[in-house]
Design a protein around this ligand. Structure first.
Ligand code: ADP
Length: 489
């Protein structure tokens, strides 16, 4: 039997802006506090970047792109440096996992089992791509030789959220670095610390100064300055669709290339012929993992009518057994929500669910394990038009909807402006593929959930996103195609 232990807290080392290879305070001298969500204590004062800091970061990134060695060095060497970064992260595995848990509040067992390994794997995957980016020769009419080259898109602005801080750095840096781009990144104001630590490791790995620049700060100031800056060629953003709408409008004057990875209200569909134990465990994980703070959370659980009662009983039992507690204890399965605003929003939705007439089977209140804890909440009897069935809650609140037959189910599953992910649980392989074909979502999991791989594209249909991250598609977003035509006589 393994016993719970408490992992020790990490040392905080980097809190300033990282621009042109230097650690510097914000030009204004201002800082903002980042907190440990479980206790509310301030863990660091971090430089609060704004327009002037973004200007300096873009200038450094522009110089590194236009004059520096990163895009022009042997591609294999670029890959080697990226592998070294992955190795350095691996060498600080426990320390970085603890730093993630400190800043975000996620259980240490999740940081160790998910965030760190996926981060390292993603960087290695894209390191391998650095020397495998090539164009085509094209048989055009006439006596010409035409070929295409794939070139880096330039300086990229990358704005990331707080739910998987390190992993989002890897998803953004991996393809950008492999392509030969240079970067101005803004981490989320709730969780800047692992991003800053990774910048230090990138420098140690040999990534030239100016290739990666970090400006911590707030969205409407530092984030907006990145989006508006004419020296930035592309913006990659992960966050809420409402923020993406602002970014799209603000990026219009400079016609930036945009990629978005946004929210969801993903249907998780359980047919009566599924392995119900596996489906129940998978459905619990699909929603409650990471405190429900996942863009692809399986938040609309469609259960076929005739298995409803036995299936719900399993879910109730799992919720009752879920261990809430100190994120630094290895026994903890659920930590606090990331901040007061998120906590308040979730509690509001719980009240809305109750007032809409959904039956609250578990949870429905805060938990006294510490600051900002929400009991795993399960609503049954949810109908399609209830707000808890239409809105992304981003917390540990699961809605159960029942269905009778497949065609009705497909229509209801697609009745949302989101389209990020979906899952189907069934032993009937034909039916599972049929539903996978009909559901309008960027990812469909069959008899599993949240299976991520750096090689597999991820992103949304409809208002869940624009473009794909990961895999070769993720890399393509960081490349421009250049066509060269040579007269042969
Ligand atoms: P969340 O609700 O998950 O925090 P947001 O979309 O608000 O999602 O935030 C995701 C990221 O976008 C954060 O880094 C945030 O600071 C940034 N952000 C917020 N507003 C803007 C904006 N107007 N322009 C650019 N970035 C923004």
């Amino acid at each position: 039997m393994t016993t719970a232990e408490t992992i020790s807290r990490p040392t905080i080392r980097q809190t300033q802006c990282f621009i042109g290879g230097e650690w510097i305070p914000a030009q204004s001298g201002k800082t903002f506090d980042t907190h440990h969500p479980a206790t509310g204590e301030v863990i660091a004062a971090v430089a609060e970047g704004d327009v002037g800091d973004v200007d300096a970061a873009v200038e450094a990134a522009r110089k590194a792109f236009d004059e520096g060695p990163w895009r022009t060095m042997d591609a294999r060497e670029r890959g080697r440096i990226m592998y070294r970064l992955a190795d350095l992260i691996e060498a600080e595995f426990d320390e970085l996992a603890a730093l993630e848990t400190l800043d975000n509040g996620k259980p240490i067992s999740d940081s160790l089992a998910a965030d760190l390994p996926l981060t390292i794997d993603c960087l290695r995957y894209y390191a391998g791509y650095a020397d495998k980016i090539h164009g085509q020769t094209i048989p055009v009419n006439g006596n010409f030789f035409t070929y295409t080259k794939k070139e880096p898109v330039g300086v990229v602005g990358q704005i990331i959220p707080w739910n998987f801080p390190m992993l989002m750095v890897a998803w953004k840096w991996g393809p950008a670095l492999a392509a030969g781009c240079t970067i101005v990144m803004k981490p989320a104001e709730q969780t800047p610390l692992t991003c800053l630590r990774m910048a230090r490791l990138a420098q140690k790995a040999g990534i030239p100064d100016g290739v990666i620049n970090i400006v911590p700060g707030y969205g409407p100031t530092a984030g907006a300055a990145i989006v508006a800056h004419p020296g930035v060629d592309k913006v990659a953003f992960t966050g809420e669709y409402k923020t993406a709408q602002i970014i799209m409008a603000e990026a219009a004057p400079t016609l930036k290339r945009l990629t978005f990875e946004l929210g969801g209200k993903s249907p998780n569909i359980v047919f009566n012929d599924a392995d119900l134990d596996a489906a129940a465990a998978g459905s619990h994980f699909a929603l409650y993992f990471n405190q429900g703070q996942c863009c692809c959370a399986g938040s609309r659980l469609f259960v076929q009518e005739d298995i409803h009662d036995q299936f719900v009983e399993k879910l109730v039992n799992m919720n009752n057994d879920r261990v809430l507690g100190d994120p630094f204890s290895t026994a903890t399965e659920q930590g606090p929500q990331v901040d007061q605003a998120q906590f308040d929003k979730i509690m509001d939705y719980i009240e809305i669910g109750k007032s809409e007439g959904a039956q609250c089977l578990t949870g429905g209140t805060a938990d006294d394990a510490g600051n900002l804890y929400v009991k795993p909440t399960l609503f049954d009897g949810v109908t399609d038009e209830m707000k808890i069935a239409t809105d992304e809650i981003f917390g540990p609140v699961l809605s159960i909807l029942t269905f009778k037959d497949t065609e009705e189910l497909i229509q209801r599953a697609n009745n949302t402006f989101y389209g990020l992910a979906a899952a189907v649980w069934s032993r009937d392989i034909g039916k599972a593929h049929y539903v996978a074909d009909r559901v309008r979502a960027g990812t469909v999991w069959v008899n599993c959930y949240d299976v991520f791989d750096a090689a597999a594209p991820f992103g949304g249909f409809k208002m869940s996103g624009l473009g794909r991250e990961l895999g070769q598609e993720g890399l393509n977003n960081y490349l421009e195609t250049k066509t060269v035509t040579v007269a042969l006589d």
